[in-house]
Design a protein around this ligand. Sequence first.
Ligand code: DC
Length: 218
Amino acid sequence: MNMAIAIDGPAGAGKSTIAKIVGKNLGLMYINTGSMYRAVTYIALENNISYKDTDRLMKLLNNAEMYFDGDNLILNKKDITNQLTMPIISKNVSNYAAIPMVREKLVKMQQDIAKNYDVIMDGRDIGTVVLKDSQHKFYLTASAETRAMRRCKELTEKKIDVNFEDVLEDIKKRDFIDSTRELNPLTKADDAIEIDSSYLGIDEVVELICNHVKNKKK
Ligand code: DC
């Protein structure tokens, strides 16, 4: 098995920031699986396809080409990375991510990448489903308020106008849908190390993860 690090946790826990840095430090390909579910939502909304219309959605997805170019996500030859964090996508993504056929397709794509490369992946079902044989699993959390504050800062930096209460409500709603859906809900794998990042800086979390990985490899 290639080197594979799994990072799971709720929205806004800092997974992508941390995973990106750990990936650079350890020489691993970073895969943000949330951006794949966001890309599905993007293409669905662009084509006015409801999450209830799985037939049309799957037809569209089965004819689409999706891949990563570094940290950027390319869909049908278009770099849509910047569009993926728009509030309209965040509001709708949990509904599309709960569709079993969508999950089946994306999980297979993620497992294929992990077969060919050393990876660090973040998401909701990485330690429990996608990379369930991984030796290195982490579950990153923070309070809903801390996560909403971080998301607001991130969006404001991107010059997207947001309101804290709306972001907090959206995060709580997504936590609920992500952790109660029938297929592959957000749960901590039994063998994952839990890290609460509410009072930890980025560097401290990165160091914790890198040290755990290095110690386990010894
Ligand atoms: O990490 P994120 O907020 O960008 O994820 C977007 C959505 O995708 C989130 O609501 C849950 C879903 N998701 C998932 O169901 N499984 C994953 N492996 C990654 C994300």
